[in-house]
Ligand binder design. Structure first.
Ligand code: HEM
Length: 410
């Protein structure tokens, strides 16, 4: 058994604080396969250790409680994204021109390009297409009875509608894009085998963006064209445009797939909650939020402190990298009563699952529209949802989602 696995079996050890104002330390390997596959009991222990912990394995400070995660995300001047939000220097260097890796005021200029495309009023113009596709899809799946909740249900709208919206050419690379993006998320983790081994995915994604998804090949009227037009007007640089396309590919597809598939899984595990949704379809939006809260498609990102900062008596020094766990914050018992329970009535509009502050997700309205259309159609047609086999998932340094979800509906 590896030292990390042994430590995992023992659980995190808490040592005395190094000085009176130092954070409690743990040698828990937060990014080991075991922890990534079932992080929630570990998060609970980390939250109990204090408002800030120090992860010795990775030389990272960690925020795991809701209040502290939210406060750090809002205070971008102290918790800066400008040195990257990944947990290794190579990924941070490669993404230096990404919107995710800059602070205001530059971030605001880049953000305008995304907001122009993703504003709810613009997204609503595809609402009809989304509703239609969701209806037809659910109709055929209910007739089939058994299907894969990931590939057959959750992937369809991102691949067929969102990839069109972004403007990616309709070619054989669409399926590969999802894999490359998952690899790119893995590559954002702390240095290690999982992180290093996914570099080829990052290269393949960048190669595709440079040679295949070129401005002249993007679909007309797409988000991608808005990005490159901004570059032509000199509002953003060519490299910023490229990184914007990368952000669309990474942030806009697997996240929604993970959120939708996880919500379907939770509904299959909680038939009483599905009955409630069917009886009152107004619960659909809150049910999707509850799925995002509990399973949180993006579990972590990080920031770097621009000054010594004190949080409830614990000092994080200037220049420290601080990982914040959206996934743990969303299960904080200090914020959500009975946090591990899936409750279709909870309606957690305050979830940090879509981020908070200046970097809050600009794609939230689009992702929600897709999910509402899918679960709304399902509520009209499926009386029951049950598992038809064991779901599978792969560990990822950043994302949490399912690979396969065999379900049966009637
Ligand atoms: C369930 C689906 C989704 C989830 C859970 C999600 C989650 C997030 C989170 C947590 C952030 C904040 C990053 C930070 O704090 O640094 C974020 C940012 C972002 N998301 Fe989403 N997202 C989803 C869907 C989408 C979609 C559909 C798009 C676009 C098509 C998108 C595009 C972006 C972009 C471009 C950013 C960076 C914004 C900035 O840095 O200012 N996301 N997302």
């Amino acid at each position: 058994m590896s030292p990390a696995a042994e430590r995992h079996q023992r659980g995190p050890s808490v040592t005395a604080a190094r000085t009176s104002t130092a954070a409690p330390e743990t040698d828990l390997d937060l990014f080991s396969t075991e922890v990534l596959l079932d992080p929630f009991p570990h998060y609970a222990r980390l939250r109990d250790m204090g408002p800030v912990v120090y992860l010795t394995e990775y030389d990272l400070y960690g925020l795991f409680r809701y209040e502290q995660v939210r406060a750090a995300l809002v205070d971008w001047e102290t918790f800066s994204s400008a040195q990257g939000i990944a947990m290794n220097p190579t990924a941070n260097e490669l993404s230096a021109d990404s919107i995710l890796s800059v602070d205001p005021p530059r971030q605001r200029a880049l953000r305008k390009v995304f907001d122009d495309a993703l504003r709810p009023k613009h997204v609503r113009r595809v609402a009809g297409d989304i509703e239609h596709l969701a209806d037809d899809l659910v109709d055929s799946l209910v007739r089939r009875g058994e299907f894969d909740g990931v590939r057959d249900f959750a992937c369809k709208l991102p691949v067929e509608i969102v990839m069109d919206l972004i403007g990616f050419p309709r070619d054989e690379h669409r399926e590969e894009l999802l894999e490359w993006a998952l690899g790119a998320f893995n590559f954002m983790g702390p240095p290690g085998e999982r992180q290093e081994s996914t570099f080829p995915d990052v290269q393949a994604l960048m190669q595709y963006l440079v040679t295949e998804a070129t401005p002249d090949r993007l679909l007309p009227g797409s988000f991608g064209q808005i990005v490159w037009e901004a570059a032509d007007r000199g509002e953003i640089t060519g490299n910023e445009a490229l990184m914007a396309m990368s952000a669309y590919a990474c942030a806009g597809l697997d996240t929604t797939i993970a959120g939708v598939a996880s919500t379907l899984w939770l509904l299959a595990l909680n038939p009483d909650q599905w009955r409630a949704v069917r009886q009152d379809p107004q619960l659909v939006p809150g049910t999707f939020l509850e799925g995002v809260r509990l399973e949180t498609p993006l579990q972590f990102f990080s920031r770097v402190t621009t000054r010594d900062v004190e949080i409830d008596g614990v000092t994080i020094p200037r220049g420290a990298r601080v990982v914040h766990s959206y996934g743990s914050a969303n299960r904080d018992e200090r914020r959500y009563p009975d946090p591990d329970r899936f409750d279709a009535h909870r309606n957690p509009v305050d979830t940090v699952g879509f981020g908070v502050g200046v970097h809050t997700c600009p794609g939230r309205a689009l992702a929600s529209m897709e999910a509402h259309a899918l679960f709304g159609a399902l509520a009209r047609r499926a009386t029951t949802i049950e598992l038809a086999g064991e779901p599978t998932r792969s560990p990822n340094n950043i994302t949490r989602g399912l690979d396969r979800l065999p379900v049966r509906v009637s």
